[in-house]
Design a protein. Structure first.
Length: 439
């Protein structure tokens, strides 16, 4: 089956709806448009210099894209800012199952409401349309959680030329998807693109058309919770009669297409069986990427996909988790995965972790930083590798890579200047309003 992401029909649909022919596909026009957009972003920031209350709209489609808990709270506690979340539907052009898209909106609403965050659902039921928040809410700052054209055009960066725009990536970049991570038209236009480390900044400068002029190093807000001593995680695991080791299996969604890195189809039959084999000593959480279900429904069909997900939920020592993962990470003993962002994020816990390798040339798909993180994983190529990791490393505690992970954390992940990502981002925002984007 051809990936919906790469089909000619899908690409043409995007060009039509986003009016993309000139500004994204004709190099001289793109260069001029990017330069003009940049100037408008600088002006938008500086217009806020003396404004007493600045409205900040966080745009969100699915819970898995949300990495800004502490940033949102810090803005809310700052009398100068008024943050809120704008919830809108994920991919209106990919032909995903409508019921699942609608259910995802409801999950996102519940996800945000449970956090106690103010949110807006800009849907006009009378007109049966999603409204343009530029005309209704008129935010001063827009924070994007995704760079893709998976949403209606009124929520894409093109529509916010005269509003200060920011991008907080939804994942800790580890793969060599340099265009996808740094050189889409979105990355070249957004006013402030926050990145994780100096290595990421140098990678962005090397691979983006605007030479990283909008790149600022803030640390990654999504992992700030792992750096704070004041957070107490909730135990989200099923109660067991006897204590057991806790292992997360987190497969990625890229099971087809040009960048098919997910090993899910290789291990999807074996993993439930492994969970049953270790039922007396281990409990498992199936934590799929939130887009995996959409992809499987297109390949397997809705019924088979639902049956697969349900079996994990019904297993005595297994469960399904489709939402947040912070508490899951912090209360786990180990993880098995093939997700780009998790390659770094789970290392904040310093717990043992195995990366499932789909094929031999997979190492070439990592970025310079991602390869450093990948090398601090145990590597699994077979079902027996998984069993050995569970038995020897997790259950028996023969964790030979513990010291390496500690060194990696201290060298690359611990805050360098004593400022947490949320503090750094607000500092950068304040500075941008004083002319900092002209530097």
């Amino acid at each position: 089956m051809k990936s919906a992401d790469n089909s000619l029909k899908y690409r043409l649909r995007l060009i039509f709806y986003y009016k993309d022919v000139l500004r994204n596909h004709i190099a001289p026009v793109t260069k001029w448009y990017t330069r003009r957009f940049r100037q408008c972003q600088i002006e938008a920031a500086e217009r806020l210099r003396d404004k007493e209350c600045i409205d900040v709209a966080f745009l969100l489609t699915i819970p898995g894209m949300w990495k800004s808990d502490y940033l949102f709270r810090a803005l809310r506690e700052n009398p100068r800012y008024h943050p809120y979340v704008v919830i809108y539907p994920y991919s209106v052009y990919k032909g995903f199952d409508k019921k699942e898209v609608d259910a995802t909106i409801e999950r996102t609403k519940s996800f945000v409401a449970e956090k106690g965050f103010e949110y807006v659902l800009p849907y006009n039921a009378q007109k049966n349309k999603w409204e343009d928040i530029n005309k209704t809410l008129k935010p001063d700052v827009v924070v994007f959680t995704t760079p893709y054209k998976d949403i209606s055009p009124q929520y894409f960066v093109y529509n916010f030329k005269h509003t200060l725009t920011c991008y907080v990536p939804y994942g800790f970049s580890s793969l060599n998807m340099f265009k996808v991570n740094y050189d889409l038209i979105f990355h070249n236009l957004v006013g402030l693109h926050f990145v994780e480390t100096d290595i990421h900044r140098q990678t962005a400068i090397q691979h983006s058309r605007n030479k990283g002029e909008n790149i600022v190093v803030s640390g990654y807000p999504g992992t700030e919770v792992f750096l704070r001593s004041d957070y107490t995680p909730k135990v989200v695991w099923k109660t067991q009669l006897t204590p057991k080791k806790r292992i997360i299996w987190a497969p990625h969604h890229t099971i087809d297409g040009d960048f098919a890195i997910s090993s899910f189809l290789l291990f999807c039959d074996a993993m439930p069986q492994i969970a049953k084999e270790f039922a007396d000593s281990v409990q498992f959480v199936f934590k799929p990427h939130q887009l995996l279900k959409f992809k499987l429904q297109q390949i397997w069909g809705v019924e088979k996909t639902d049956d697969y997900y349900n079996q994990w939920q019904q297993m005595p020592n297994g469960q399904l988790e489709e939402s947040s993962y912070v508490d899951l990470f912090l209360t786990s003993d180990a993880m098995i995965h093939d997700c780009g962002s998790f390659t770094t994020e789970y290392l904040f816990t310093r717990h043992p972790v195995m990366y499932l390798i789909k094929n031999d040339d997979f190492v070439s798909k990592f970025s310079p930083f991602g390869l450093l993180a990948f090398n601090n994983h145990y590597h699994g190529r077979t079902v027996d590798d998984i069993r050995d990791f569970i038995r020897n490393v997790v259950i028996e505690g023969n964790d030979t890579m513990l010291k390496d992970r500690e060194t990696f954390f201290n060298q690359y992940l611990a805050p360098r200047d004593g400022k947490l990502p949320s503090e750094k981002i607000i500092e950068i925002l304040d500075d941008s309003m004083k002319g900092g984007m002209r530097k």
